[in-house]
Design a protein around this ligand. Structure first.
Ligand SMILES: Cc1cc2nc3c(=O)[nH]c(=O)nc-3n(C[C@H](O)[C@H](O)[C@H](O)COP(=O)(O)O)c2cc1C
Length: 409
């Protein structure tokens, strides 16, 4: 089945610097409809009925989040567009920011109207600095056209840290602090940025708002699966012939994405969802891409048969240990300890007990870490243990053999 291009329909087709090109392709029609034919509550209800779930990784229902912020009585509310995109292998938000910034600005304008926010931030990944001028141009042209009314949009460049994509650390970063995960509750829709009700949505989530408002929630509900509505952008990289950004209806088989579209061959495994994403072995390549099965942010990395599972797991854990904000002990110490154990296995010093230690440590980190980084850090380890246990066992056998040789010398 070919791609289903809803979010990518303008990419490569229209000039992203010119609002007239966007308007000529139905641009701002959804904003007109929301602003002149619907009340804010009706906009929230439409998004709620559509079943849209957050595209930043966690998949939280967007309408429910908006409803919570909408019902808060506050003198000030904020909307934050999370454009930090620090996930390993993720570059789908960059594609939208670069090739269709007006769709995002239209989504932001509608979202702010719906929840009653007067100020919006686009938290832009530091490495995407070069996209800032294009975004600013899109904001300025939208303002001149009168589609932003009183809404003030600020582009805030990120702090260059993976953790600053996590919503509570992101708010700390905007507030001028060092980005660290916050204790929750309170949750952002009631107390977020500077203690005010705040909605944080991913770039792709917000880009979905104009087509849903324009075509209606029922149209959107017809695409996807029972719990995963609409399409999803995937950034595919690794051992593939055609890396890039693809858009598929949710529920499409992984094989369609990585083999039929991206041209992968001789697959060993695929990681879906970035550094903390699930591992799918080649034998399960028809797994549907959906929140019910495996999804996350949409970063998809393919590993072919030449790749060593344990080397990959070690590098992943090294990254997570480096990027842990250090605020909570299970994540700060757990990622370091996990790296040490896996390091032992890769350098020929592993022991049989190490597997049990990995499993115990994973449980502790999952149950007691403060945010998604520590909670999900062990997913790639546990998944590879499940599907590639032989790789672990072989390394341990080699270690035992090497130790016995050393003992003989
Ligand atoms: C360590 C970590 C990094 C994250 N990085 C991002 C990111 O770069 N972009 C993003 O949209 N969400 C990221 N998230 C998820 C956000 O915390 C949050 O769930 C999301 O921005 C909410 O928007 P959504 O509901 O539209 O998905 C990250 C989460 C964690 C735990």
């Amino acid at each position: 089945m070919p791609e289903k291009r809803i979010l990518l329909k303008n990419c490569g087709i229209i000039d992203p610097r010119d609002i007239n090109a966007y308007v000529a392709h139905d641009g701002f029609k959804a904003w007109e409809k929301a602003r002149h034919a619907l009340t804010p509550d009706e906009v929230v209800a439409e998004i709620d009925t559509s079943g849209l779930r957050g595209r930043g990784g966690a998949g939280f229902p967007c309408g429910l989040k908006w409803k919570l912020a909408r019902q808060e009585a506050a003198d000030e509310k904020f909307l934050i567009c999370n454009a930090d995109e620090g996930e390993v292998g993720a570059f789908k938000d960059r594609h939208l920011l670069q090739h269709d910034p007006f769709s995002l600005i239209e989504g932001i304008a509608i979202a702010a109207y719906a929840i009653g926010a007067q100020k919006a931030y686009i938290y832009l990944r530091a490495e995407y600095h070069y996209l800032s001028a294009g975004l600013k141009n899109a904001i300025d042209q939208t303002r001149q056209k009168g589609c932003l009314e009183e809404l003030n949009i600020t582009i805030q460049e990120g702090a260059g840290a993976y953790i600053c994509g996590e919503e509570s650390a992101l708010m700390d970063s905007i507030e001028g602090k060092r980005g660290e995960a916050r204790f929750r509750p309170p949750f952002p829709p009631s107390q977020g940025l500077w203690g005010k009700p705040t909605i944080i949505n991913n770039v792709e989530t917000l880009a979905n708002i104009p087509p849903i408002i324009l075509n209606g929630s029922q149209w959107f509900r017809e695409i996807g699966t029972a719990q995963s509505k609409g399409t999803k952008l995937f950034s595919v990289s690794g051992d593939v012939a055609k890396p890039g950004v693809y858009e598929l209806a949710l529920g499409s088989p992984l094989k369609e994405l990585v083999v039929d579209l991206a041209g992968a061959q001789d697959i060993k495994m695929v990681q879906v969802g970035g550094a903390t994403g699930g591992i799918i072995p080649a034998s399960m390549i028809t797994t549907p891409l959906a929140y019910e099965t495996v999804l996350g942010s949409g970063a998809v990395t393919v590993f072919d048969a030449s790749r060593e599972v344990l080397d990959f797991v070690y590098r992943t854990m090294e990254f997570l240990a480096e990027e842990s904000c250090g605020k909570c002990t299970p994540c700060r110490e757990g990622t370091e300890a996990m790296m040490e154990i896996i390091g032992r296995l890769t350098t020929g010093d592993g022991k049989q007990e190490d597997i049990q230690a990995i499993e115990d440590l994973s449980q502790t980190m999952m149950l007691s870490s403060l945010c998604g980084l520590g909670q999900a850090a062990s997913i790639p380890v546990l998944d590879t243990l499940k599907y590639f246990r032989n790789d672990y066992e072989n390394r341990i056998r080699q270690s035992v053999f090497l130790r016995s040789l050393r003992g003989q010398l």
